[in-house]
Design a protein around this ligand. Structure first.
Ligand code: T46
Length: 146
């Protein structure tokens, strides 16, 4: 999907020892395509709760469900898709201009987010109609006709 991609991190185990699990390292500009200026995580969310409901004008992020599972619904100029995150070795890159909603959090789930910028409320578009108008102005008027 445009400006959104799923990818796998390195998952380091051991050839000689069993049951010691895995280690996933993440380095900026190597394992993810930007410098990490902020890290936050979301947890303790009820299964019936929905978070998100906004887009970003400039922010790049990678979402990793380090425990449990969660659904991430993305809507952008080119369409709509829901990604299911349930593996701590998988990441979901989300670039600018993507409306996102997080739902279906499993019990005990933890959603880790690596962000390219510090927190800036002015980078958010939290009103859906404003998002459509912003996307229309930037990309044309196709989205509002879908
Ligand atoms: C996103 C999804 C995946 C801060 O003070 N600092 C921060 O770094 C963040 C992310 C949030 N906040 C404050 C702003 C709100 O008063 O925490 C409160 C909850 O934030 P929000 O309602 O935006 O949380 P979510 O879960 O809807 O969205 C968050 C991120 O804000 C957003 O960038 O892409 O996670």
């Amino acid at each position: 999907m445009y400006n959104v991609s799923e990818f796998s991190f390195r998952k380091i185990g051991s050839n000689s020892k069993e049951n010691i699990g895995f280690l996933t390292p993440i380095e900026e500009n190597k394992d993810i395509p930007f410098e990490i200026k902020r890290v936050y995580y979301i947890y303790g969310v009820s299964g019936d709760a929905v978070r998100g409901g906004h887009s970003h004008k400039a922010l790049h992020q990678v979402l990793i469900c380090v425990n449990g599972s969660v659904d991430i619904k993305i809507k952008n100029y080119f369409g709509e898709k829901t990604y299911h995150l349930d593996d701590p070795s998988k990441g979901l890159y989300i670039g600018p201009d993507n409306w996102r909603e997080m739902s279906n959090f499993s019990e005990g789930s933890v959603l880790l987010v690596l962000a390219s910028e510090k927190y800036n409320e002015e980078d958010y578009t939290r009103d859906y109609d404003s998002f459509i108008q912003y996307i229309d102005r930037k990309y044309g008027n196709l989205l509002s006709k879908k």
